[in-house]
Design a protein around this ligand. Sequence first.
Ligand code: NOJ
Length: 563
Amino acid sequence: MPLWFKDAIFYEVYIRAFADGNGDGHGDFRGLTAKLDYFKELGVDCLWLQPMYASPLKDDGYDISDYYRIHPDYGTLDDFKTFLAEAHARGLRVIADLVLNHTSDQHPWFQAARASRASPYRDYYVWSDTDQKYKDARIIFLDIEKSNWAWDELAGQYYWHRFYACQPDLNYDHPAVRREMLNVIRFWLDLGLDGFRADAAPYLFEREGTNCENLPETHAYLKEIRRFMDDHYPGRILLAEANQWPLDVRPYFGDGDPSTGSGQAEFHMAFHFPVMPRIFMALAQADRTKIVETLRATGRLSIPENCQWGPFLRNHDELTLEMVTPEEREFMWRTYAPEPRMRLNLGIRRRLAPLLDGDRRKLELAFAILLSLPGSPILYYGDEIGMGDNIWLDDRDGLRTPMQWDAGPNAGFSGRDVPSERLYAPLIDDERYGYRRVNVAIERADPNSLWHTVRRMIAVRKQNRAFGRGRHEFLPLKNRAVLAIVHTYNGETFLTLNNLSPSPQRLSPTLRQWKGARVRGLLTGREFPPVTGKPYALTLQPYEYFWLKLDRPTSTGPGAASS
Ligand code: NOJ
């Protein structure tokens, strides 16, 4: 099975926000198709589409009313097919959200289920005469929901929901539900989709006396999906949204061994939820310890060779603070969400640039860290230009505003003549992050922009497979303000250094094991003095980062060629 995803750069697209192709104020597939060259230019390999299916949009499409139809706002199935063909023609891959855990309450299955106990669809959902079952399951949308049970008048029973009450959970104990979802998977893979981001993967089954997360039954079904995909669609991937501690995420990779065909594989990739907030903590505390501890713990869990972590900085949800201690959460809220309106559930509803004070140095550093952590990085649309947010919009809508293409009417997101009131959400139009200042056109024209810097980092990363495939070790520097990672692959060695602090940091590691190596800055082409075995003096300016290639004259791997 080709391991393309191990070298890939992923990019999360909210279709509604990206580009409006028909002037109705909503982004759609026609608009997205017209922007495909943008992703090539940036160096993206795989798009992750948020839900594109028919939906009443009570949770932005994560409430599906028909798994087989494209939401009319986004176009038709033919528009989707054209989009996919055009993406593939450019060598781009596309995965899409697969919402397994729940449907919309408007889904015909639920409508039939609630209408009659005799309906064959009744058992598609989880019903109960009391709301006292599964008490150990936490409530996820804490700010809105008070219980995971909702009373349905027509049904005369309670139904189970892990998210909004309008998203009833499917009953995976029912074989028909398990079959239905395989049909959904088959349908989209037959159309050529390259895989799925499995939404809310841990919650499929419920069992009394447990927290109803990560249950063995859930893993067994997910493995069945994987087997089905491997048998019929090799090369397509599954990415897990499992917001859990590393120890609990590890089983989502399964234990399939590609070389022997033994064991049972589950996901190809999983988001790395715990490291994400720790990147922000490390920046605020000028201390790498929490990143290193988390990644060491992750490293000890070693995942199979054919699997990959998916680190990210931000996504379409609040910056989740579930995988931190209560003290760390308080720290994060104090530091990054000083206004109550910035908080949502157990998280922070802000975008990357405002979180980092729009400080160009911190933004670059955050990208440099993201792009050099073990795994395949996942970018969120708009962060590459440093887009802002609008905390006054509802729920998580403030992170999902129209993409800022240029300084013209409607920011180039929609037609020039479309009244701005028609846009599905207001543009960011403030002094600091507004579309007149922050947009793709301006940044593309300026070789020193954040966009160009991110593009260059991506390009360098893609020329050097060690980033996606190599072994990662932390250099044990005394100075905790510097995060230093050694990446090795096929005889090549890279050293990435990140100054997490607002003051210059001097280092003098011996780098003894690389004695004699030539040192070259990958992002700048700058030659550094060779390693002599004596302390190697380096100074990093505030928030500065270096990506260094160490070419050992004696090494026998391919890296030796340039030494
Ligand atoms: C996780 C998604 O990222 C989020 O946006 C959604 O609300 C929930 N799952 C429910 O599907």
